[in-house]
Design a protein around this ligand. Structure first.
Ligand code: C2E
Ligand code: CA
Ligand code: CA
Ligand code: CA
Length: 279
């Protein structure tokens, strides 16, 4: 094959250039997506052992006019690298609180928690807690109904600032979940000092669970740890009844996953709940 001066095969270099071009145009378009109303939240139910929906996690989607639906795994990393995660993350808080505000008047939704994902960079803004509190006020949201999902990597850079912001929000009534637990670098010492309510077991540790298998030590350890710290534990990515049964045996009583419901647009999610309540 012909080689360019940099020694890479021409096709390979072309592919790299295409990829870069693709990224740059996604980045350009993402800048406009918020103003153009192209982002939306999908909600996925969280259920208890009896199958009752006790909450939902909001997952952002990008409804691109030409490319169709783009999943967050694709654009959140770009948003994080470019700083666009700040306006995007703020939009998620705004929209999540707007939804919670509307839920206040719907009887079937009383007691339902809404969980929002917060990026490290977003949380690290010095005025993050004030921002959230002001949006909560603006939409007249009972703070007790809001949970923020954080990841362990927050603790790497600024543990003191993290704890301070969490405490400020917690005093106002907001709850916290540690997302993707087991995949990061949590020191167990921090787990004790963070004002957390919930650990979420990462999907990677749920995937391998099956009845009669021995492959459960990580899930078992996380659940035991949560219990000893007095935290709720939510298993994510539950797809089979076997997984649910093993989790229940291990002492995990809150589940999220395709077995119970896929993420749905807010209106569709609402319809399933209201229908459930009637049935
Ligand atoms: P995550 O917070 O761990 O969210 C769970 C992901 O697992 C979601 O993917 C969800 O659709 C998927 N999932 C749920 N149940 C199942 C299941 O039973 N099987 C399988 N295979 N997957 C399941 P999604 O919506 O594509 O989101 C991917 C990631 O993007 C999220 O992971 C989160 O890290 C990030 N993300 C989503 N929304 C936001 C947001 O509003 N802000 C920020 N900062 N990140 C977000
Ligand atoms: Ca999450
Ligand atoms: Ca997660
Ligand atoms: Ca995850």
């Amino acid at each position: 094959a012909k080689r360019q001066r940099d020694g890479k095969p021409r096709l390979f270099r072309q592919a790299q250039e295409d990829e870069l071009e693709e990224r740059l145009s996604l980045e350009r378009e993402l800048r406009l997506a918020i103003d153009h109303d192209e982002l939306c939240l999908y909600l996925q139910p969280q259920v208890d052992e009896a199958g009752n929906i006790i909450g939902a996690e909001a997952l952002v989607r990008w409804q691109h006019p030409e490319r169709g639906m783009i999943s967050p795994g694709h654009f959140i990393p770009i948003a994080e690298e470019t700083g666009l995660i700040l306006p995007l993350g703020h939009w998620v808080i705004q929209e999540g609180c707007r939804v919670l505000g509307e839920w206040r008047n719907i009887p079937a939704l009383q007691g339902l928690q809404l969980s929002l994902n917060v990026s490290v960079r977003q949380f690290q803004q010095p005025d993050f807690a004030d921002q959230v509190l002001s949006v909560i006020q603006q939409h007249d949201v009972p703070p007790e109904r809001l949970t923020l999902e954080l990841t362990e990597s927050l603790l790497l850079s600024d543990p003191d600032g993290t704890i301070e912001k969490m405490q400020q929000l917690q005093r106002a009534g907001v709850s916290f979940a540690l997302d993707d637990f087991g995949t990061g670098y949590s020191s167990l010492a921090y787990l004790k000092v963070l004002p957390l309510d919930t650990l979420k077991i990462d999907i990677a540790f749920v995937r391998d669970l099956a009845l009669g298998m021995q492959a459960t030590p990580i899930a078992a350890t996380i659940i035991a740890l949560a219990q000893s710290l007095g935290l709720r534990v939510v298993a994510e990515g539950v797809e089979t009844n076997d997984q649910r049964l093993v989790l229940a045996q291990l002492g995990c009583h809150i589940y999220q996953g395709f077995l119970f419901g896929r993420p749905l647009p807010v209106d569709a999610f609402l319809r399933t709940i209201v229908e459930d309540a009637r049935a």
